[in-house]
Design a protein. Structure first.
Length: 242
């Protein structure tokens, strides 16, 4: 994982609309795949606020390159491309907005698959569309963005069977496209200078309410429908048995 940014900005801005909306969307889409695991691994847990819905009676291990956000006694510092766990140790392995930080994403997926028990579930989210690349991705330490098809192919190459995949944040997607276009124009005008565009885009309380309302539309749709477009990709897969 890249060290461009120390930990996730959600730790410093947990109230930002995107993090609140993502938590709800992740919960809606992935909760049906949790089942009753004996042991769960949450990779990339510097982003811990978004994965609180995964907690239950089962033991849970959290892993990240950075200690911020890790809970003492269950948090482990480590890399997604060299997981410090034995083979087939977990029934659920989650990596939300992690794989794009890995220079070798195929290696990261093979590691996630390695520590997953046969019949176990892999839960992933990544940012969508390389054409949407911006200075925000650079600041966040991303190496790439994905299409749904590209992520499915990557997961299948790791020996997993994809159960469900979809885009997310479809309801706010037109606004996302407009924001990326405006960001690109402004960056071009200030080429070579340090830009405030590295910060999270500020939103007024009224816009916050609008974005959250639109995201709730996604949450309702994702209960039983896959979305044809959006700024993120969600995927659930199963590791075949022996």
């Amino acid at each position: 994982m890249s060290t461009t940014q120390l930990g996730s900005s959600s730790l410093h801005h947990p109230e930002y609309w995107w993090y609140r909306a993502r938590t709800a969307l992740l919960s809606t889409f992935f909760t049906p795949f949790l089942g009753s695991p004996r042991m769960v691994l949450d990779v990339g847990s510097a982003d811990a606020p978004s994965a609180g819905w995964m907690r239950g009676d089962h033991p849970q291990v959290t892993l990240d390159l950075f200690p911020d956000g890790l809970v003492p006694g269950e948090g482990v510092c480590g890399s997604a491309t060299a997981l410090p766990f034995v083979d087939e140790a977990f029934d659920v392995v989650a990596a939300f907005d992690v794989v794009e930080h890995c220079e070798d994403d195929a290696l990261a997926l093979s590691e996630l698959a390695r520590v997953l028990a046969p019949g176990g579930r892999m839960l992933l989210s990544v940012p969508a569309y390389q054409w949407a690349w911006s200075d925000h991705d650079e600041r966040a330490g991303h190496h790439r963005r994905y299409t749904r098809r590209r992520l499915v192919s990557l997961v299948e190459d790791a020996g997993m069977s994809v159960t469900r995949s979809t885009y997310a944040f479809g309801s706010v997607f037109p606004l996302f496209v407009a924001e990326r276009a405006a960001r690109r124009v402004r960056r071009g005008r200030s080429a070579g200078a340090h830009s405030a565009e590295n910060r999270l885009p500020s939103v007024t309380p009224r816009v916050d309410r609008l974005l959250m309302a639109l995201s709730r539309v996604d949450a309702r749709l994702l209960r039983n429908k896959n979305l044809p477009f959006g700024s993120s990709v969600f995927l659930a897969a199963v590791k075949p048995g022996p």
